[in-house]
Design a protein around this ligand. Structure first.
Ligand code: SAH
Ligand code: SF4
Length: 361
């Protein structure tokens, strides 16, 4: 999502006469597009901001945009005095205007410009700036209303909003007309997509028809909104990759409930079983969190056993990171750091073995 947002920002700036510069030492403007999903992502930004010193380049403008901007607003200036402006994820379309104000008016007052916007104008997605030559990311929905108890996304990116079908189709057709042949659809929960009576399956069927488009894929799918009928659509599509990213998060029902995920381990297993039966040769990947508040050795063992059974082609495994605003923040982060690390390493080792075996095939 952030890769696409960065492209949108670059495209808007290019259209306003800026050049994208390959070397930060030569840049007049540096914009950090930030992520707040885990503490580690934020820590990397804090240390990176510090490396862009203004000493040699007094006119260098530094901006912090994206989820950390929303999360910390004014506090960013306290920790990073060289930052000039802060813009949240729903307001990135205002960046060219903000930059022009800062540079034209020689206004070097540090300021949080916008962090409270709710809707991005659709036009910003139609600036035809893509980093890759043949592949485009295409946003179909913004934000999320699922409120998984560990997750900051609904608070920094706002509630779920769907883009209109006609705008998505236009963006895809324009991308293909411009020479791109592969598209990845993006949303925090793509299977919840809706525009009138068009659901995600119908959206895929519509995009499948675009002449010149060779390959289509999407993420992320949430198990609670993913149904066997949808697997038939994957099977029947000419262009869709036979691949699904379906985050599990935990194999313990107790933890899944505390995470507010809306499915049980048994339901998850039944879902992937039906996926593999319907879509022959299908790839399956997942996300898992270890060390969620209250996770006992037994809960972890249930996750371990499920990962063994599920045989994912690959999985991202994360250590739980307490996040502001979330429900889980009210629970004690009581799994010792050493235990989180042990569980993380153990699961990684298991998954590496499974991935190697699958990839060798
Ligand atoms: N909307 C997607 C992706 C959300 S963020 C989904 O629901 O799957 C990507 C992954 O980051 C999540 O799947 C989760 O495994 C992980 N994650 C999110 N918040 C986290 C936290 N507070 N600590 C550790 N991992 C987290
Ligand atoms: Fe976060 Fe859950 Fe929404 Fe994914 S579905 S973005 S994990 S709240």
């Amino acid at each position: 999502m952030n890769v696409r947002d960065s492209e949108v920002i670059c495209g808007l700036l290019k259209n306003s006469g800026y050049k994208i510069c390959g070397d930060e030492k030569q840049a007049d403007v540096i914009i950090l597009n930030t992520c707040s999903v885990r503490q580690h992502a934020e820590d990397r930004v804090w240390s990176q901001i510090g490396s862009f010193k203004k000493a040699g380049n007094k006119r260098l403008i530094i901006g912090v945009v994206g989820c950390m901007a929303k999360n910390y607003a004014e506090k960013i200036f306290e920790r990073a005095p060289d930052v000039d402006f802060v813009v949240g994820p729903q307001d990135i379309h205002k960046i060219p205007e903000i930059l022009s104000k800062i540079s034209k008016d020689n206004l070097f007052e540090r300021k949080v410009w916008e962090v409270d916007g709710s809707i991005r104008p659709n036009e910003i997605y139609h600036n035809s700036f893509y980093q890759e030559k043949e592949h485009a990311y295409l946003v179909i929905s913004e934000g999320c209303s699922n409120f998984c108890s560990y997750c900051v996304v609904p608070f920094v990116r706002g509630r779920l909003r769907h883009r209109e079908l006609k705008n998505i189709v236009k963006e895809a057709e324009d991308a293909v007309a411009g020479g791109l042949t592969r598209i990845t659809l993006l949303g925090q929960n793509v299977n919840a997509y809706k525009d009138g009576d068009v659901n995600f399956t119908k959206l895929l069927q519509r995009l499948d028809k675009i002449a010149g488009l060779k390959q289509l894929t999407f993420f992320t799918s949430h198990p609670k909104d993913t149904h066997p009928d949808f697997f038939k659509a994957i099977r029947d599509s000419e262009k869709l990759l036979k691949s699904l990213h379906l985050p599990l998060q935990s194999g313990s029902d107790r933890i899944l409930k505390a995470m507010n995920r809306g499915y049980s381990a048994k339901e998850y297993l039944a879902l992937i079983d039906s996926y593999r039966k319907i879509v022959k040769g299908a790839l399956l990947t997942s996300d898992i969190i270890v060390g969620f508040p209250g996770e006992s050795e037994d809960d972890f063992k249930q996750t371990y056993d499920l990962v063994k059974k599920a045989e994912f082609n690959a999985a991202y495994i994360f250590k739980y990171s307490p996040r502001p605003h979330t429900e889980a923040l009210k629970m004690a982060d009581d799994v010792e750091k050493a235990d989180k690390e042990k569980r993380h390493a153990k699961l990684l080792e298991l998954q590496r073995g499974i991935s190697n075996k699958k990839n060798a095939k």
